[in-house]
Ligand binder design. Structure first.
Ligand code: PMP
Length: 458
C-alpha cells in the first residue's frame, strides 16, 4: 500500500520533471525529499536519517556541510561573486585552480578549459578534437570512438558518446561521427570458457576491426572512463588499457580519459588513468573537483593541441567556444579549497586504507544467491544482481531498484543502475560508517529475493 503524498511531494510532482525517473510511478510514491546533510549522512524532510552511500551522485567526496568548503564559497561570494574569463578577462581563482589541476595530473597537460558540468566537459572535448584536426589540416579525422555501457553525459554529443539505450531511445541519438566499441565487462560479455586475457585480446581485435572498417584517418579520438561508472561500475579486465593504448597510438587516435567520477582520489590515486595504466592526451574532470559543492568542470589537454588550437584562434581572431559560468569564481574558489583539503587531510590515504574493507564487504555480499557479481576499484563498487547461475533477469531493471528501496527502509542510500547496486561513499568515510552502510545488506537481499520470487523474476 502506498502512503498518501505529503504536501511537498504533491507540489514536487506538479512542478518538476525529474531526471532519470519514471514520472508515472513517481506520482504514486512521491519523491524522497532531502533536507540537510552532515558528514556521510543526510536527513529527509520528515527528520529520518540516512547514510549516503553514493556521495550524492558520485561527487561529495568530502561529505556534506564541510565548513571549509562553505567558508571558501562565502568568502569568494563576498569578494567577487561573478566574473567571466571571455575576451581577455580573468580572475585569480580561475588561474590558481588551473595551475593546481595541471600539477596533479599524471601526464603533462598544457591548458585547462572550464565548463559547469561533466556533459559540457565532454562536449568541449569533442569540439576541441574537431577544431584541432581542422587547425592542423586533417579535416577528415573527426569520428570519436566510445564504448557500449559508457557514460559521458546527456547533451547531444556527450549523450551520443554515452553507450546506454535509455540515453538514446526516443532522443534520436547517437548523432553521426560517434562509434561504439565493445564494453570491457568480462563477467557479462565473456564467452563460455574465455579467459580474461582472451577476452582482452578479443576487445583489442574488435577495436582494431572498427578502426580498419571506418578508416584510421577518419578517427580523431577514443573516450573512456578508467572505471565505467553510471554504466554499472565496471573496472576493466587486467591489461585492458595496456592492450588498446598501442592500437590508438599506432593510428594517432587521441585517448581522452573521462575522470568525472574517478578524478581526485576515488580509485586511490589522484586520477583513474594512473590506477588503470592509461596515457591520455586529454582529461575531463567535474564532480569531486569541487566536492560537489559547486557546478564546475574542467578539461585539460596537451601541448600539441594547445599550440595548434591557440594558433588557430589567432588566425580566426577568436576561439569561438565558452560558457557564461565556465570558471565561475565561486566554483573555482571551492575547487581550490577541495584540492587543498584532499592534500592536507591526505584523503587518498583514507581511500587506500578503507578500499580493501569495502571490497571485502562487497565480496561477502556476493555470497548471497541473488548477487551474480561484486565489482570494485578504490572506493567504488557494484553488486550485480542475477538469478542464480544466470547473467541477468528476463526483465531487466526491476530487481535492482527493489533492493535499493529495501535498503532505504533501513536508512541506507545506494543507487540502482538497472540491476546493479552502485556503491560510492564519500571518500572521508570511516570503518564504522562503512560497516553501518552494509549492515542491512543481507536482510535487504533476502527481502528482495523473496519479492523477486513472488513476482516471477527468478
Ligand atoms: N562523465 C562521467 C564519467 C560521468 O559519470 C558523468 C555523470 N555521472 C558525466 C560525464 C556527466 O556529468 P554531468 O551529469 O555533470 O553532466
Amino acid at each position: 500500500m502506498t502512503q498518501p503524498l505529503t504536501n511537498m511531494q504533491m507540489r514536487d510532482v506538479e512542478a518538476l520533471l525529474h531526471p532519470y525517473t519514471d514520472a508515472v510511478a513517481l506520482r504514486q510514491t512521491g519523491p524522497l525529499v532531502i533536507d540537510r546533510g552532515k558528514g556521510v549522512r543526510v536527513w529527509d524532510d520528515q527528520g529520518r536519517e540516512y547514510i549516503e552511500g553514493m556521495a550524492g551522485l558520485w561527487c561529495c567526496g568530502l561529505g556534506f556541510s564541510d565548513e571549509e568548503l562553505i567558508e571558501a564559497a562565502r568568502e569568494q561570494l563576498g569578494r567577487l561573486p561573478y566574473y567571466h574569463i571571455f575576451g581577455g578577462r580573468s580572475h585569480e581563482p580561475a588561474v590558481e585552480l588551473a595551475e593546481k589541476i595541471k600539477e596533479l595530473l599524471p601526464v603533462p597537460m598544457a591548458r585547462v578549459f572550464y565548463q559547469s558540468s561533466g556533459s559540457e566537459a565532454n562536449e568541449s572535448q569533442i569540439k576541441l578534437q574537431w577544431y584541432y584536426n581542422n587547425a592542423i589540416g586533417r579535416p577528415g579525422k573527426k569520428k570519436i570512438i566510445s564504448r557500449i555501457r559508457a557514460y559521458h553525459g546527456v547533451t547531444i554529443v556527450s549523450g551520443s558518446l554515452t553507450g546506454l539505450p535509455a540515453n538514446h531511445q526516443d532522443f534520436d541519438l547517437p548523432v553521426d561521427r560517434i562509434r561504439h566499441t565493445s564494453s570491457p565487462h568480462y563477467w557479462k560479455d565473456a564467452k563460455d570458457g574465455e579467459s580474461e586475457a582472451e577476452f582482452v585480446a578479443r576487445l583489442k581485435a574488435d577495436l582494431e576491426a572498427l578502426i580498419e572498417r571506418e578508416g584510421p584517418d577518419t578517427i580523431a579520438a577514443m573516450i573512456a572512463e578508467p572505471v565505467m561508472g553510471a554504466g554499472g561500475v565496471i573496472p576493466p579486465p587486467k591489461g585492458y588499457f595496456e592492450a588498446i593504448q598501442p592500437v590508438l597510438d599506432a593510428h594517432d587516435i587521441a585517448l581522452i580519459s573521462d575522470e568525472v567520477i574517478t578524478g581526485f582520489g576515488r580509485t586511490g590515486n589522484w586520477f583513474g588513468a594512473e590506477t588503470l595504466g592509461m596515457r591520455p592526451r586529454a582529461f575531463s574532470m567535474a564532480k569531486q573537483l569541487t566536492g560537489g559543492y559547486a557546478p564546475l568542470s574542467a578539461v585539460a589537454f596537451d601541448g600539441d593541441m594547445a599550440e595548434a588550437i591557440e594558433a588557430n584562434s589567432g588566425r580566426i581572431g577568436t576561439f569561438g567556444h565558452g560558457f557564461t559560468y565556465g570558471g565561475h569564481p565561486m566554483g573555482c574558489a571551492v575547487g581550490i579549497k577541495a584540492l587543498e583539503i584532499y592534500q592536507r587531510r591526505d584523503i587518498l590515504s583514507n581511500v587506500r586504507r578503507i578500499a580493501p574493507k569495502l571490497h571485502a564487504l562487497l565480496d561477502r555480499a556476493a555470497q548471497h544467491p541473488l548477487v551474480g557479481e561484486a565489482r570494485h576499484c578504490g572506493l567504488m563498487g557494484g553488486l550485480e544482481l542475477a538469478p542464480p547461475g544466470r547473467k541477468g533477469f528476463r526483465v531487466g531493471g526491476k530487481v535492482g531498484p527493489r533492493l535499493s528501496a529495501e535498503l532505504l527502509k533501513h536508512g541506507v542510500i545506494l543507487r540502482p543502475i538497472g540491476d546493479t547496486l552502485a556503491v560510492c561513499p564519500p571518500m572521508i568515510i570511516g570503518e564504522d560508517d562503512l560497516e553501518a552502510l552494509f549492515a542491512p545488506m543481507e536482510a535487504a537481499l533476502d527481502a528482495t529475493m523473496h519479492w523477486a520470487r513472488a513476482e516471477g523474476h527468478l
